[in-house]
Design a protein around this ligand. Structure first.
Ligand SMILES: *Cc1c(COP(=O)(O)O)cnc(C)c1O
Length: 230
């Protein structure tokens, strides 16, 4: 077993244990391997160990890796901040976008999604920590944005995503993740089914699973430390 395959297995084991501890079936939690800054060879290795969903933060990197790895049936997730002028590339290459935080970007992605491709899966990113520096719409703006995104023909609205500020306090993390869970329930009450809560990273994946995450986005715990700013 390669080092990457071993790290992947450890993450899978940790997620399964967290799910069981929360009384949830392990298969309810999907693993997104966040490969930003790591080369195509590393992705191939993790793919060979059975991983199919990979996440990228930078449009240019997504584009390069899609080309380098075109022979593999990878499910590509774009999870980074998205500028309008780069939305077309993402609309043409990604299977999922987790970082929709305003209607304008959703409208562009919908319009730019090629008609021959299935609708682009999207999550609305919510700022659950209230920090100015983080992207994501405010929790109170989320319902209106979700209703609008749900009407766009090129998109398939799947759920919500958040990146809470790092915290050593499990109660703080539970409260942050809880904002997403509450929004999911609020929307369910008006008949909107959101099947995805994209939450949890290397440092807080177990807490996220306990709080109801259905997709964790894990980079460092699989690929190791990143060597340039990300
Ligand atoms: C980098 C990144 C991750 C993965 O973070 P790790 O701490 O390395 O697991 C997850 N989600 C987003 C949006 C990221 O940018």
């Amino acid at each position: 077993m390669t080092q990457l395959a071993q790290a992947l297995q450890q993450v899978r084991d940790k997620l399964a244990a967290a799910a069981l501890a929360a009384g949830r079936p392990p298969q309810d939690v999907q693993l997104l391997a966040v490969s930003k800054t790591f080369p195509a060879d590393a992705i191939r290795e993790v793919y060979a160990a059975g991983q199919r969903a990979f996440g990228e933060n930078y449009v240019q990197e997504l584009q390069t890796k899609c080309a380098e790895l075109a022979d593999l049936d990878i499910e590509w997730h774009f999870i980074g901040p998205l500028q309008s002028n780069k939305s077309r590339t993402v609309a043409e290459l990604a299977h999922w976008v987790h970082s929709v935080d305003r209607l304008k970007i959703a409208e562009r992605l919908s319009a730019q999604r090629p008609a021959a491709m299935p609708a682009l899966n999207v999550c609305v990113q919510v700022n659950v920590s209230g920090e100015d520096s983080k992207s994501g719409c405010a929790p109170q703006e989320a319902p209106a944005l979700l209703r609008a995104v749900a009407t766009l023909p090129g998109l398939r609205l799947r759920g919500l995503m958040c990146i809470p500020e790092p915290s050593p306090d499990p109660a703080v993390l539970a409260a942050r993740f809880g904002v997403l869970r509450q929004l999911q329930q609020q929307m369910a009450a008006e008949g909107m089914v959101l099947d995805t809560l994209s939450m949890g990273m290397s440092a807080d994946m177990a807490q996220a699973v306990a709080a109801g995450s259905s997709m964790v986005r894990v980079g460092t715990a699989i690929f190791g430390a990143r060597h340039y700013p990300a």
